[in-house]
Design a protein around this ligand. Structure first.
Ligand SMILES: Nc1ncnc2c1ncn2[C@@H]1O[C@H](COP(=O)(O)OP(=O)(O)O)[C@@H](O)[C@H]1O
Ligand SMILES: [Mg+2]
Length: 342
């Protein structure tokens, strides 16, 4: 029977049997919350070092029925091993081991005094340098993977989990729910699959980022694949703009920070001259902005009024999408403010 890592006694027994915990070691174990598609448990030793174990769930912890094969842990493990090489030093936890039979993998634990970036942002702490780090991190991953394209493309050719966990629930489901923009979303989903340019993280968001002593660390690699870099940039911008919508006081700072993220990112990938990268980033941002209010996985911090307002603003912008990210930010914020209740 498969081990359940949230059964902490069974987990300790397993780690002892596998030689990761030695006799005489004192360890603390705790379940980490926040994710929806995995069990995540942290094990800490007396000297402060630790492991985080992730085990893929077959049924995701969301309201809608949403299934995905736990075999995807293989992609997560491979994604982290490659990001340890491709991403700037220290921006991903070191890979430790994987156990495909139990659908789990282990990595270095970031110490407890780290903070989740999403929580920081929602508490109103908008630090420009974090956005710069995020842009540089993404640009570096895209640039370096594109430089080694033949090899990386071969290793990450399979985009099944990205299709199951992103294109279907975000773009195609939203297209069925919102017929007025179904053409926009269906066409973008097809375009995405045709672009094979760089490694794509696929879940590049503040929720999957820790800030440890001022340094940003990227987590969660289960939909990593070789594909369209514009998806990652648009996915990230969606989170910044949705938070700019939700946090009226921080709106201007978040809009500026989103633009800064894009500038730093774009500078890193500029040498490739990727055709239509910016207009495609705008389209992915619009698609994700809509998917996160009308798709299978709505952003939990947006109120029903905010969700409706975001939906209306985005459907309107989709009729005439700007070609530049700066214009998109200004137009989205303009629409939100024009329909604000106060
Ligand atoms: N290496 C790590 N060190 C410390 N905390 C981690 C680590 N990996 C994950 N976490 C914590 O666990 C949470 C869930 O992990 P994540 O990889 O995002 O799982 P999921 O795929 O379920 O979203 C993260 O938001 C983070 O708070
Ligand atoms: Mg996560």
């Amino acid at each position: 029977m498969e081990l359940n890592i949230e059964d902490l006694d069974a987990l300790l027994e397993y780690l002892k049997c596998q030689g990761h915990i030695r006799s005489g070691d004192t360890v603390w174990v705790k379940t980490l919350l926040g994710g929806v598609s995995n069990r995540t448990v942290k094990v800490t030793w007396e000297d402060g070092h630790g492991l985080v174990l992730k085990q893929a769930l077959a049924k995701l912890r969301v309201k809608e029925d949403w299934f995905s094969s736990p075999e995807r842990i293989r992609v997560e493990a491979k994604g982290l091993r490659w990001l340890n090489r491709l991403a700037p030093p220290g921006t991903t936890p070191a890979f430790r081991f994987e156990d495909a039979a139990n659908h789990l993998m282990a990595m270095e634990a970031i110490p407890d005094d780290c903070e989740n970036w999403k929580s920081l942002l929602l508490s109103g702490q908008i630090v420009a340098n974090h956005f710069e780090q995020f842009g540089f991190l993404l640009g570096t991953i895209h640039r370096r993977s594109a430089e080694s394209a033949p090899e990386v493309c071969r290793v990450f050719a399979d985009s099944t989990y990205f299709e199951n966990l992103r294109l279907e629930p975000y773009y195609l489901y939203t297209a069925r729910e919102t017929p007025a923009v179904a053409g926009f979303l269906n066409e973008l989903a097809q375009t995405t699959l045709r672009h094979k340019l760089s490694l794509v993280h696929g879940d590049f968001s503040p929720k999957n980022s820790l800030i440890y002593h001022g340094k940003l660390i990227l987590l969660d690699y289960e939909v990593v694949h070789f594909g369209d870099p514009a998806f990652d940039a648009g996915f990230a911008l969606t989170h910044f703009l949705s938070k700019a919508h939700h946090l009226r006081k921080e709106r201007a700072a978040l809009a500026d920070a989103a633009a800064l993220f894009w500038q730093v990112y774009f500078k890193e990938v500029l040498p490739f001259g990727w055709d239509e990268l910016e207009p495609r980033t705008v389209r992915h941002t619009l698609a994700c902005l809509l998917a996160r209010v009308a798709g299978k996985s709505p952003l939990e911090y947006l109120t029903p009024i905010e969700r409706a307002r975001q939906r209306e603003a985005v459907v309107l912008l989709m009729t005439k999408p700007p070609t530049q990210v700066g214009d998109l930010i200004a137009e989205f914020i303009g629409e939100i403010e024009a329909h604000a209740e106060n």
